[in-house]
Design a protein around this ligand. Structure first.
Ligand code: PRP
Ligand code: ADE
Length: 176
């Protein structure tokens, strides 16, 4: 957890029963509307990763892009989008994964990384961990080395972060 973890958590809104009954949706839009909070969030990631000699930030469609791009800009490394199926125009590799209900698929351009590139994988939230894990597997398959996975919010009671760690990837969460 970051030193700003409690503060960041305080500006994230929980919307009960959305998009369906029983889901407490963590809405990051109040955090994004608050320029001071958004700066502290991005600074938390930059501070953690500034000496880790990263080659690229990979971030997951769509909310992951909001944090991944400014962190890549600040660290002076490249940005690679991991996209939902059917959005990338060039040659792709893909991984399917299980959501709480149903299946989904993420894709990566096959030329996104050089062998051994040091990659930070970012998304806004970890619930089941299925999305982050599928993206981490894609990066590994493409020759990249996932230095860590990073998120704003971990929901540890759902078990996703444990699942990601058991698969051999580190997890950093600003708050939980
Ligand atoms: C949300 C969130 C994560 C994922 C987390 O994305 O942004 O990517 O779910 O869930 P998991 O840990 O159970 O896989 P969503 O698919 O809703 O897409 P969005 O970013 O386009 O809103
Ligand atoms: N993605 C999966 N579960 C979520 C939740 N509870 N809030 C926001 N995004 C999510």
């Amino acid at each position: 957890m970051s030193i700003y973890g409690d503060y960041i958590k305080s500006v994230i809104r929980t919307v009960p029963d959305w998009p369906q009954p029983g889901i407490n949706f963590r809405d990051i839009t109040p955090l994004l509307q608050n320029s001071s909070a958004f700066r502290k969030l991005i600074d938390s990631f930059v501070h953690r990763y500034q000496d880790m000699e990263l080659d690229a930030i990979a971030a997951i469609d769509a909310r992951g892009f909001i944090i991944g791009a400014p962190v890549a800009y600040e660290l002076g490394c490249s940005f690679v989008p991991v996209r939902k199926k059917g959005k990338l125009p060039f040659r792709t590799i893909s991984e399917t994964y299980t959501l709480e209900y149903g299946k989904s698929e993420v894709e990566l351009h096959s030329d996104a990384f050089r062998h051994g590139d040091r990659i930070l994988l970012m998304d806004d939230l970890i619930a089941t961990g299925g999305t982050m894990l599928a993206a981490a597997k894609l990066i590994t398959r493409s020759g990249g080395h996932v230095v860590e996975t990073a998120t704003i919010i971990d929901l540890p009671e759902i078990g996703g972060s444990s699942r990601i760690r058991e698969a051999g990837f580190g997890v950093f969460a600003v708050c939980s």
